[in-house]
Design a protein around this ligand. Sequence first.
Ligand code: GRG
Length: 304
Amino acid sequence: MVYHEQYSRYAGMVEETLEKLLPGTDEICPKTEGVIPEHLCASMRYSLMAGGKRIRPVLLLAACEMLGGDLEQAKTPAAALEMIHTYSLIHDDLPGMDNDDYRRGRLTNHKVYGVGHAILAGDGLLNYAYECLLENAAAYPENLRGHMLAAKAIANRAGVRGMIAGQSLDLLSEHMEPDAERLLYIHTHKTADLLTAPLLAAAYIAGASEEQIDALRRFGFCVGIAFQIDDDLLDVEGDAALLGKQTGMDAQRGKMTWPALVGVAAAKERSARLWDEAEEALGIFGERAAFMHGFAAQMRTRKS
Ligand code: GRG
């Protein structure tokens, strides 16, 4: 199967699983009783089903298949990871953080549902993700350890030693003189950690070897840093219509970015080197890594 067909196949599984897992209309309570207030449910769904690229869950499914794991067991963890990613975007857009008006080509969550409900929608997605992960683990008692390690890897990379740590330093570094060590910390945690999480989760679910886990960790790190450098470059040179969000915002906010540290040309070189390194890390998987190579080839030229 060619790369694009394979990507659509995985992304289709993600959409289907998200639809299956999301609270249904039978759970929505328009008044005060019942399970979930309608406004909350709508705000969660608004951002989650807004047409994101689904990169992280696709990576989880692809890695699981590459390692010979059971895709059925990986579908809910993949969807849960997309919920966590979406929560982070909703909160990142809030006035107290990046204060953005557009995301995924539409108004940001707080612009539509209000700041209070954007916070709650993010909190809701985060908690619901772990509820889904735990329920899924309990459904596979024969692979409970694999699922527990997968859930822990996700919690760790999304949490206070991971994405939240990166976001914290990102906020604290606004209007500071760019510094390479600090910038690498921000990129490692804010971005790379949530791209490594699906690879590690898949590895645990599929029972991968230590050598395979190390290779996936290296691949995830290189992909993550390259992805963030490209994101910084797109903010400088990208097309707002294709990106679905405003450009030029990093400079306006005084963000510490790779182009601010070394300039656009050197940032492009660094990104290209990292994409090469990412593909080198896949060596031990041989031909089974065809999709991952396709992913790297596609991502290094992305425009959105
Ligand atoms: C609020 C705890 C907390 C964290 C926020 C995700 C994030 C951390 C900030 C968003 C800003 C940013 C540039 C993050 C780096 C990762 C990134 C480029 C996210 C966008 O991911 P895509 O391109 O988005 O996969 P879609 O919309 O396609 O899912």
